[in-house]
Design a protein around this ligand. Structure first.
Ligand code: PFF
Length: 457
């Protein structure tokens, strides 16, 4: 068997993992989830979920991946517990599923680079989004986005993913900071800061049943856990990396970019007169929020400034989206490459094509896109995380502690605290989230996911 690839540098791994975490989840999904779930209250629960569930679960995936040094499905046999391989398989299926609609949104981003650059999106942003979000044009751009993803993955770990994310991640941060600073200067932005940053704790308690699962789902999605991706990325690591420190760096950077995106998008919504919870907010959910808000706000800028800012913004989002989509495809490709010794490039192309087909319904209707996203984030993801936590906490146990200690140079009893957190608080938290989600999915009529796709538009 050919020698397995590894990351060239530790920074390469960290940047690739940040690249996976930072994506449409932060810039497209996080702002509209925040807008739909009460603003600052959602932000608070999200941050708590990152700390209490997200980070421990991320480390759990790292432990599986690095200890096994093989793709997420075979990892479990390598750890002498082949009967648990279905966990890795569930994650890989989740990746496959998620990439199908993620790529459709990626296609919208490509469209909006063009549509803000030419100013086409500025005259009637809501109508413009409605026209381009679904249909043959959306299918074509979904195909283009998938193709870009395939090309990067085809180049492999070191020359493809590592090189690409090294360039991408720093530019995302620089560009978002620039936009956030610029947003402060716009009239009307204050309402957005208030909405995003002043929590109403009464509202958290009153809506706990929906806000908690939504915020936890967002936290996990955003950290790229639950889809075998972080298991896969950690499998290309050497034994001398400090998993805890790397995990923390990744999680903090990811939350930072999410909050930064919120600081750009939510005030801009208010600048454009789009207020969550009122009629001005796009009907039927917020999938269009960013795509409508940005052009609405930018249209008022003098001269070509709005066009320039629009291209910079959506260009940044495209970079972030690609550094995540490649990780979703890599999780699936690595299994076939490792296991069947298939050549990387044709495998990426073949799988990417099947995923493209699966995404066609989402490119034809917003209702289907919403449904695919709902199933991914409320069903696949928390369930897979639950199993990972159970496996690492209770099945691996001490072995996981030994693994996480490697490369740390001594961190006292922290690994043991982590293990016990996994076994208790984290496990309990995720069980509650799964239960709330199942209730919403199968027992709540009109929840949008009740057994079959919700209201299709
Ligand atoms: N974390 C990515 C984002 O926030 O856009 C999406 C994602 C990538 C989720 C990879 C899961 C994953 F495995």
């Amino acid at each position: 068997m050919a020698e397995r690839e590894t990351w060239a540098t530790r920074a390469g791994f960290i940047l690739a993992a940040i690249g996976s975490a930072v994506g449409l989840g932060n810039i497209w999904r996080f702002p509209f989830q925040t807008a739909e779930n009460g603003g600052a209250a959602f932000l608070v629960v999200y941050l708590v979920a990152v700390l209490l569930i997200g980070i421990p679960a991320l480390l759990a995936e790292f432990v599986i991946g690095r200890r096994a040094n093989i793709n997420a499905i075979e990892a479990f046999s390598k750890l002498n517990r082949p009967q648990w391989a279905f966990i890795g398989a569930l994650g890989v299926v989740g990746s496959f599923w998620t990439l199908s609609y993620y790529s459709v949104v990626g296609g919208w981003v490509i469209r909006f680079i063009y549509a803000t650059g030419t100013g086409a999106a500025f005259a009637a942003p809501g109508e413009y989004f409605g026209t381009v979000a679904s249909g043959t044009g959306a299918v074509a751009l979904h195909a283009l986005f998938m193709l870009l993803t395939i090309v990067i993955v085809a180049f492999g770990i070191e020359r493809g993913i590592e090189l690409a994310t090294r360039l991408m991640v720093p530019s995302i941060v620089v560009l978002l900071v620039g936009l956030a600073v610029y947003t402060v200067t716009l009239p009307g932005a204050a309402g957005g800061y208030d909405f995003f940053l002043t929590p109403d704790f009464g509202a958290i308690v009153a809506n706990a049943g929906t806000v908690i699962p939504a915020a936890t789902g967002q936290a996990l999605f955003s950290l790229s856990v639950g889809f075998s991706v972080m298991i896969t990325y950690a499998s290309y690591l050497g034994a001398d990396d400090n998993l805890g420190a790397d995990g923390l760096t990744i999680a903090v950077s990811n939350a930072f970019v999410g909050v930064l995106a919120g600081l750009v998008v939510l005030p801009l919504l208010f600048v454009g007169g789009i207020v969550p919870g009122t009629e001005s907010f796009p009907a039927g959910g917020g999938a269009g929020a960013v795509f409508i808000a940005l052009p609405t706000a930018l249209a008022d800028l003098p001269g070509p400034l709005g066009q320039v800012v629009g291209v910079v913004f959506f260009g940044t989002v495209l970079i972030a989206a690609l550094s995540s989509s490649i990780s979703l495809l890599e999780a699936v490709v690595s299994y076939l490459v490792d296991n069947y010794e298939l050549p990387r490039a044709p495998t990426a192309l073949g799988l990417g094509s099947v995923i493209f087909v699966l995404g066609i319904p989402s490119a034809l209707s917003l209702g289907w896109l919403d449904w695919f996203d709902g199933i991914a984030v409320t069903l696949f993801l928390p369930f897979a995380v639950l199993l990972v936590v159970l496996f690492v906490g209770w099945v691996m146990g001490q072995e996981a502690v030994d693994e996480i200690r490697q490369g740390t140079g001594g961190v006292g009893s922290l690994p043991v605290v982590w293990l016990w957190a996994l076994r208790t608080v984290v496990l309990l938290g995720i069980v509650v989230v799964v239960a709330l989600n199942l209730n919403d999915l199968f027992l709540t009529p009109n929840s949008g996911y009740y057994i079959v796709p919700g209201p299709l538009r």
